[in-house]
Ligand binder design. Structure first.
Ligand SMILES: C[S@@+](CC[C@H](N)C(=O)[O-])C[C@H]1O[C@@H](n2cnc3c(N)ncnc32)[C@H](O)[C@@H]1O
Length: 256
């Protein structure tokens, strides 16, 4: 086992908590599709429930998805029975060299301690000159949200997180060292609103993978302490507050 974070436990609620609104998916997906060469299949590592894989397939991308979570792949297959998926670890891909023209790593490289081995594997199975599309997940740019999450984590003893890449800059550096050209996919910004109470309820329930190492009592105690602090710091905890998350996708072109 590689120590990667499997999403088996999240499969039942993942789609309710992580999806982008349809209008933003309609902007993002064509931007990703435009980067994908069509002469060879595309591999997605950590394909999960198909949040990105299925819209890419719908736009004609010949995609193969792998994941270490059977539960997540079952959800994907419930939506698309003939999808081409396999239970496999991104650090040990069951494919020959140069099988794919491109690869996608969406919200996954931060979950893999040995993420450089996953990048080795992607470099091996994608043809020279091929493309890797990657995103770590929405960057939290809203000050109050960063503050509340940070306070909760400190109260909970600051459990180590994430096990894999900490930022897209880290991946940019690694890909540059490997001779890849680093390209940015134009950002999609998800503007919404959320209350501090709602965010704390999510943290207390252990919805986010970053909280999975915490037991129920630690989450409950940390949420209560953060509630107390936040009501002094920010006032009304039930007030809807603006949030803004940018998608931060990269298109890396492997050396030819
Ligand atoms: C946050 S979900 C992202 C799912 C999908 N890519 C998306 O953007 O919605 C991360 C997925 O990566 C999977 N995963 C974690 N480590 C992995 C590994 N080493 N190899 C393959 N999949 C992995 C998890 O089981 C989970 O389904």
């Amino acid at each position: 086992m590689t120590g990667s974070v499997s999403f088996d436990r999240a499969a039942g609620y993942y789609d309710q908590t992580r999806s982008l609104p349809d209008d933003l998916m309609d902007v993002l997906v064509p931007r990703l599709v435009a980067e994908i060469p069509r002469d060879r299949p595309c591999l997605e590592i950590g394909a999960g429930t198909g949040r990105i894989a299925l819209p890419l397939m719908d736009r004609g991308v010949d995609l193969v998805g792998v994941d270490i979570s059977a539960e997540m792949l079952h959800r994907l297959l419930a939506k698309r029975a003939n999808a081409n998926v396999a239970l496999a670890d991104a650090t040990r891909l069951p494919f020959g060299d140069r099988t794919f023209g491109s690869a996608v790593a969406s919200h996954v490289l931060h979950l893999i301690p040995d993420w450089k081995t996953a990048v080795d594997e992607l470099t091996r199975v994608v043809v020279p000159g091929g493309v890797l599309l990657a995103s770590k997940g929405a960057e939290r740019t809203t000050e109050w949200e960063v503050g509340v999450r940070r306070h909760f984590c400190v109260e909970a003893g600051d459990p180590p997180w994430p096990p894999g890449i900490g930022s897209m800059d880290e991946l940019d550096g690694e890909m540059s060292r490997r001779g890849a050209v680093v390209g940015r996919v134009e950002d999609v910004v998800n503007e919404g609103s959320y209350s501090i109470s709602a965010l704390l309820a999510t943290l207390e329930q252990g919805i986010f993978a970053a909280c999975w190492s915490l037991d129920e009592e630690t989450r409950r105690r940390s949420a209560a302490a953060t509630r107390e602090w936040a009501s002094h710091e920010y006032g009304d905890l039930d007030e809807p507050r603006a949030t803004s998350h940018s998608s931060e996708w990269r298109a890396y072109r492997f050396p030819g």
